[in-house]
Design a protein around this ligand. Sequence first.
Ligand code: ISE
Length: 340
Amino acid sequence: MTRLAIIGAGLMGEDHARIVANDLPGATLQVVCDMDIARARRVADACGSKDVSSDPEATLARADVDAVIVASPDFTHAPLSKACIALRKPVLSEKPLSQSPAECLEVMAAEQEAGRRFVQLGFMRRFDKSYAEMREALTSGKIGRALMMHNFHRNVETPAADFTGAMAITNSAPHEFDVVRYVLATEFTAISAQQPKRSDARVAPVFMVLETADNQLVTIEVNNNAAYGYDVRAELVGEAGSIALNNVAYTRTDMKLASSTRYDSDWRGRYHEAYVQQNRTFLRFVETGKFPLIGSDCWDGYCAAIVAEAGAKALATGLKQPVTTIAKPALYAAKEELAA
Ligand code: ISE
């Protein structure tokens, strides 16, 4: 039995705790850690955790903790990942690894020194069946060479009133940055970003155009105040055909001369199955030490951070920005991984 600790008992930590309790045979929830001990206790009780704590460093170091899920605020992901690497404990960290490419490089340096990967990143869309089918349409040659990929990322409303256009790029768009790199199996080379004007003070959609190393064009709309539902759309256009994501809904209601399907209110429902698959894959990574073939690693986290940084600059300056990364270190080029 793999003994897991969860750091952070907020929205995502609670979701991960439920997945461990209900969908991860082979794992047990050993301890839930949160600065707010009452919140940790509530999640621990609901999900059958043996213990609670408010001290993350002490939690990671416990002898009865084999691996860790990090779901605390974004700025803690890199330091906690580094602490796990130092302890040689595998960690599933929520995205982003860091908003700072320099900090991502620090985590990568720690893994390279340790000689293997310890960090799997929570870019769960790679485990979603619709993106898997999209990727397969390319690798099988079915739709020919990829030309363009259009992406739409819509939330009902922003989590905080002071959410900015830059945050749409650094907090929300990394999902698209990562999954597009995964589907197209290429890297971005340039990004431009613009916003229309809303009639109120809320953050307006951000519209980005990206270029890839294989001369493809990618568009991304992030609309954090779309009002009507959580809606992620994508279409991949190839030379011989195109493939688009369907809205995932189990039923359709027909009445009053109209037909309707439902939207989830946020990503936890829409991607539940992807989170379960991601976390099961993480468990196999812990058990075998082999990095999952489709999982995101620190290199992917670094690439997302580099694109986001260039995107925020493109939005601020109104100018197209180059996307430039370091050469991929050998550790991350190795493909010895575990099939999903
Ligand atoms: C949030 O942090 C997520 O990761 C969600 O998947 C995304 O839809 C949302 O826009 C982000 O703020």
